[in-house]
Unconditional design. Structure first.
Length: 162
């Protein structure tokens, strides 16, 4: 018997995008995410090689250079107007609690600023947004992006409003 789509049944076409939407939905129960639009379509995602020493939030010169190169790639590959570039910082090595969330948020905010600086014209001309999110340990994010447990990461997702 063939399953029919009904008004109460949505077909999942993009499993990766759907998984990220579920992650966002779970996380928004814990904190306010003003920039997240649940109808946004995932255009791309990357687990960056940018990492941090334990307890550190400052980007290395190599990390800054990687993010500037990533900005160049985004300029070439993302044509969507109004795209959102979301930088997610993780701090798995920090002790559980408030400080872990703060460390991950600081890491994401610093990386987002590097991207904003490199994408100034695109932000203005294409209406792009660059936002940051501190996900603490970020196990769900790490699993969705394919990272290894306990590592410090920056994740970058590019979303388009539908």
């Amino acid at each position: 018997m063939e399953e029919q789509d009904t008004p109460n049944h949505q077909r999942v076409i993009d499993a990766e995008g759907d998984e990220l939407r579920r992650i966002f939905d779970r996380m928004t129960k814990d904190m306010d995410v003003a920039s997240w639009d649940p109808s946004a379509r995932l255009l791309g995602r990357t687990l960056t090689p940018v990492s941090f020493a334990p307890g550190q939030t400052e980007l290395s010169a190599e990390g800054r250079e990687y993010l500037r190169k990533l900005a160049g790639t985004l300029k070439q590959d993302v044509s969507a107007k109004g795209a959102e570039i979301l930088v997610v910082g993780l701090a798995a090595e920090e002790p559980e609690g408030r400080e872990r969330r703060l460390q991950s948020a600081r890491r994401a905010a610093g990386a987002a600023q590097v991207l904003r600086d490199a994408l100034t014209d695109d932000i203005r001309q294409r209406g792009w947004q660059v936002n940051a999110w501190g996900a603490g340990k970020g196990a769900r994010w790490r699993q969705a992006f394919g990272g290894r447990a306990g590592a410090t990461y920056l994740l970058v997702a590019v979303l388009a409003k539908q």
